[in-house]
Design a protein around this ligand. Structure first.
Ligand code: AMP
Ligand code: ZN
Length: 468
């Protein structure tokens, strides 16, 4: 299995630290608002990576944190005149609901920074003891230049970083020994939540939280560390410095980063106010469709969000489900049980498509090509499975397609349920429009349904619909 490693800028063969085990850490969201569909991209991608490893027989220890204390949370609590912890609790809950709607499985552990203060403080203390960190007036800084390979992940060199950071010295952070030093602990401001430490009453910096949680739940060395590409610098670079300064061993063997979900070719972000929350999208498209849309591009390619692409994702998923339904219908018929000689060739073709799917996934998780292989399976079963087929063949086609979808987290049964509801709703709107003699609207709805491969038939007993 090959994984593109940001550290080496190469696709590398995956060799686990321990046979058949994967230790994986994925940086989770800051919980001060509902997650947007950009935040959902790493969640869906790395959940799929986890599922694929499991499909291949690995046991995956998957840790993903929630950042439940930071400036944005504090600001939100002030605005809402409430406690930071209540804001965090609320948005952790809504995030978990959104994850469920996207069929993202809960991590093995979802640690919260605020529950891990002892480990965080202990790690900072050890970094000070080793000379990698120093306290100054209640703040603790990491001594960046002491860490000899700082910049190795982001492929930046210290001199360039230094010239880029000169302004920091001028802008009042003069207490640092060096402009590149970053914060491990900072004193509280009036009214902010705080934890006691020997340096000050305060709270940790964001980077040390992940290093400490990763060490506690997975150990000093892990297989895969992942997140969005905006985390490469400084977050992941700083995590490497903190963790490796202490452990003196390589922190993560493979660093995986997803490209952005864009809108009008610009990163979707809260700060840009150009985002859609997962909830907003769910009003129109099921979580399954959103997941399918996100997996239709390779995770290292930027993906531009548009209504048109969502609609084609919806239609494609619908075709997939119709194909599976056809197999279910056949399965319920009285077919001859055993595989027939004439089916051997089709079965072979099916097996080679499974291989094609696996090859795509093993080439740095090329989900787009994996989905294409699933569609080839559908094409094959549509053209070969019929009343004259054996139950063995029909069953094998169905089991294979359902399983390949489920490794991608595409829930073929759930999608069907939701889409039926939507179809009925559209038909009801069309019937109403016709009653009101608004034939243009009625016609538009019929066309919309046709695009979804739904055919309507107006009968004396009302509207009957079927999938193409
Ligand atoms: P945050 O809550 O901003 O720390 O983000 C949580 C995760 O979502 C991180 O891994 C980010 O890199 C990722 N992320 C944020 N915005 C986007 C986006 N537009 N596209 C892809 N990933 C994103
Ligand atoms: Zn992190």
């Amino acid at each position: 299995m090959k994984i593109y490693n940001t550290l080496t800028k190469k696709k590398e063969e995956f060799i686990p630290l321990e046979p058949n085990q994967v230790k994986m850490y994925v940086c989770g969201p800051t919980v001060y608002d509902y997650i947007h569909i950009g935040n959902a991209r790493p969640m869906v991608i790395f959940d799929t990576v986890r599922r694929y490893f499991e499909y291949k027989g690995y046991q995956v220890n998957y840790v993903s944190n929630f950042t439940d204390i930071d400036d944005k949370l504090i600001q939100k609590a002030k605005q809402e005149q409430t406690e930071v912890s209540l804001i965090a609790q609320h948005f952790i809950l809504t995030c978990k609901q959104d994850m469920e709607s996207l069929n993202i499985r809960p991590a093995t552990v979802h640690p919260l920074a605020t529950n891990e203060m002892d480990s965080i403080i202990e790690m900072i203390t050890m970094l000070i003891q080793k000379g990698y960190a120093y306290p100054k007036e209640g703040t603790v800084y990491f001594r960046t230049k002491k860490f000899s390979h700082y910049g190795s992940l982001s492929h930046k060199n210290l001199e360039d970083l230094q010239s880029g950071n000169r302004t920091l010295l001028v802008s009042g952070v003069a207490q640092k020994e060096d402009p590149l030093d970053f914060v491990l602990w900072k004193p509280k401001k009036e009214g902010e939540p705080f934890w006691s430490s020997t340096w000050s009453e305060g709270r940790p910096g964001w980077h040390i939280e992940c290093s400490a949680m990763c060490k506690k739940y997975l150990g000093d060395q892990i297989d895969i560390h992942a997140g969005g590409e905006d985390l490469i610098f400084p977050h992941h670079e700083n995590e490497i410095a903190q963790s490796e300064a202490l452990s003196e061993t390589q922190f993560a063997r493979y660093w995986m980063h997803n490209a952005f979900l864009n809108i009008n070719h610009k990163k979707m972000a809260k700060s840009e106010k150009n985002f859609f929350t997962v909830r907003e999208i769910a009003e129109k498209y099921s979580g399954n469709i959103l997941r399918f849309f996100l997996l239709n591009a390779h995770y290292r390619s930027p993906l531009n969000f548009s209504e048109d692409l969502m609609l084609s994702a919806k239609n494609a998923l619908e075709r997939l489900i119709t194909g599976i339904e056809k197999l279910s219908t056949l399965e319920a018929q009285n077919l001859s049980p055993d595989l027939q000689e004439k089916e051997r060739n089709d079965q072979k073709q099916l097996h080679s498509l499974i291989q094609k799917y696996e090859q795509a996934m093993e080439d740095d998780f090329n989900t787009a090509d994996a989905i294409a292989a699933i569609f080839e399976c559908i094409k094959l079963s549509n053209s070969t499975a019929n009343q004259n087929s054996s139950l063995a063949y029909v069953k094998e086609c169905k089991t294979c397609i359902v399983q390949l979808c489920s490794v991608l987290g595409i829930d073929t049964e759930r999608a069907n349920e939701i889409l039926d509801e939507e179809i009925e709703e559209l038909i009801a709107q069309r019937t109403q429009a016709r009653k009101e003699k608004n034939f243009t609207l009625a016609d538009d709805i019929r066309k919309q349904l046709e695009k979804m491969d739904i055919i309507l038939e107006d009968t004396r007993n009302g509207v009957v619909w079927k999938r193409l």
